[in-house]
Design a protein around this ligand. Structure first.
Ligand code: G4P
Length: 527
């Protein structure tokens, strides 16, 4: 195998998703410890917005700093090059997480044993399932009292729609937590206070009926474990790597990230089963990672924290070929060539200039305003990657210029913030007024603050009562024209000039769907 091909083959690019506080940051940190990428606990900063910080903009700025540093964390483990893509936990930044999920080849979902499946986890898993992304589940905080393992797995199946297959099984929980039996590596891992923060030894147990096991667990726990393992094998399907890779079966591990318990088991299994870089659909063909020609797409843009330097960092996911420094690549949307003298690679929280990068890798490109989320770079090919849809926002407000002398700055600021994907801009067809749509209310404050501090522009907002934004499509021209006439006041254009219906209520959307049955109303911008 060529060097290039073996480099591609050993890459594993994934994201960790969870509801805030389930333990995503802690797990990330423990994974990096195994990879030797960091030396001590506490090195990875949580990028969550602390409760009550809604109006604390220094906090938001600080978080932006952290989230650049932890956007991508690369490390080596077991001969594999692993890239963890960080996703913001705060639900107001869910859109950012959705986009990051377009750049991963698999995900690990973290669930708090006491809280079970929470709202944010449900939303994020739904997005993963739209693309059949392979999912591993890690049930965390077993050192605390929580839900019964079977109930929890039922909840994962019913709320997340995943078919599960436990690959480890807990022995007790909370104060009575004794450890886990690892069905994947067939060993027993005991939890003792002394194993805290250390990488503990495991005891090989090929068969759950071996008498050896009683020496470690005592009679009654052994009996309970044997019964439970038998039940597990009756209730849940056997593990199948293919089903996992197809997104049809999710292995489950139990542990405690904080105590570094069950994490290595998860990681060992992950590097065995997680997918290598996958082909990606473009506007022309399916692009294979092993193709000779380079291609990639931008899934995230970060503005510079220093207002004096307006450049931004665009995150490029490499899909095929090799990406090289100082080489001309074709920016498909703009139809021009660009080359990059300082592309950045991410190893743990360190950044360094990269000479060459492979499919699966993420490279940071310094950008003075050329990129928009979703842009494709190629080695000449004129195709574009699909699959970074915008979802209908939940909140809508008119944005007004509050300083007439700064109209130019305001427009530029809005444009750039929208390119970064901070929020979505809609322009009403009837009067050209601008509406900002967001996933969470926090974004309005972020936009106002950043417009003022980075673009010296002032804005004010005014409520706009919309329920959902629907991208509309129809092959029935007549009906479309009739719809446009009737709903003229509610029509807007998104930033790509696509027609959007801003339904004012769930009722009016249903009515419109019934009346105009040849029109499809999409709640996302790509269909
Ligand atoms: P997040 O990124 O998913 O939001 O979660 P994070 O890792 O920040 O963890 C949230 C809280 O849960 C943290 O406590 C963390 O220490 C705790 N935690 C994570 N894993 C475990 C575990 O296995 N067992 C127990 N008992 N707790 C766990 P915190 O008090 O909110 O923050 P901190 O002050 O400890 O950082």
């Amino acid at each position: 195998m060529s060097d290039k091909n073996s480099e591609i083959k050993r890459r594993r690019t994934f994201g960790i998703v969870s509801h805030p506080d389930a333990g995503k940051t802690t797990l990330t940190e423990k994974l990096l410890l195994y990879g030797g990428a960091i030396q001590e606990a506490g090195a990875v900063k949580s990028n969550k917005i602390k409760k009550g910080a809604t109006s604390d903009f220094m906090e938001i700025e600080r978080q932006r700093g952290i989230s650049v540093a932890t956007s991508v964390m690369g490390f080596e483990y077991g001969g594999k090059k692993i890239n963890i893509l960080d996703t913001p936990g705060h639900q107001d930044f869910a859109e950012d997480t959705y986009r990051t999920l377009t750049a991963v080849d698999s995900v690990i979902v973290v669930i708090d044993v006491a809280k079970g499946v929470e709202a944010q986890t449900e939303k994020l898993v739904k997005v993963c399932r739209m693309r059949d992304t392979p999912i591993i589940v890690f049930i965390n905080k077993l050192d605390r009292e929580g839900k019964d393992a079977y109930d929890l797995l039922d909840e994962v199946e019913s709320k997340l729609g995943l078919r599960v297959c436990p690959l480890s099984w807990p022995i007790g929980m909370g104060a009575e937590f004794k450890g886990v039996y690892n069905l994947w590596e067939k060993n027993l891992k005991l939890f003792t206070d002394s194993s805290k923060q250390k990488i503990g030894e495991s005891i090989k147990i090929e068969d759950i009926n071996e008498p050896e096991i009683e020496k470690h667990l005592g009679e009654s726990d052994t009996e309970m474990l044997r019964e439970e393992i038998e039940l597990v094998s009756e209730v849940y399907p056997d593990f199948s790597k293919q089903k996992y890779l197809d997104g049809n079966l999710s292995p489950v591990f139990f542990g405690s990230a904080l105590n570094n318990f069950g994490v290595q088991e998860l990681l060992n299994c992950f590097i065995e089963i997680a997918p290598e870089p996958l082909p990606k659909q473009s506007s022309q063909d399916l692009i294979n990672p092993y193709d000779d020609k380079f291609s990639g797409f931008i899934f995230k843009i970060h503005a510079n924290m220093d207002p004096k330097h307006r450049d931004r960092l665009a995150f490029l996911k490499i899909v095929s070929g090799e990406f090289k420094r100082n080489t001309n690549y074709y920016h498909v949307r703009q139809g021009k060539n660009l080359k990059f003298s300082n592309p950045t690679a991410f190893m743990a929280s360190k950044k360094s200039v990269v000479e060459i990068a492979y499919p699966g890798d993420i490279v940071g490109l310094h950008d003075s305003g050329n990129f928009r989320i979703g842009d494709t770079l190629t080695e000449g090919g004129a195709f574009e990657f699909k699959g970074i849809p915008s979802f209908s926002p939940e909140h809508f407000r008119f944005i007004n210029n509050a300083d007439p002398l700064k109209a130019k700055q305001l427009n530029k600021g809005i444009d750039q913030l929208m390119d970064e994907g901070v929020a979505q801009l809609f322009t009403l067809v009837s009067n050209n007024r601008k509406i900002i749509g967001t996933v969470g209310a926090l974004q309005y404050e972020v936009i106002q603050y950043r417009l003022e501090h980075e673009y010296t522009a002032k804005c004010s907002y005014e409520n706009y009562a919309a329920f959902k934004a629907c991208w509309i499509e129809s092959s029935n021209e007549e009906q479309l024209e009739e719809f446009k006439k009737l709903k003229y006041r509610y029509l807007a254009k998104d930033k790509f000039d696509r027609l959007v219906f801003l339904a004012d209520s769930s009722f009016s959307l249903t009515m419109a769907q019934e009346k105009f049955n040849d029109i499809t109303f999409h709640l996302k911008s790509e269909f």
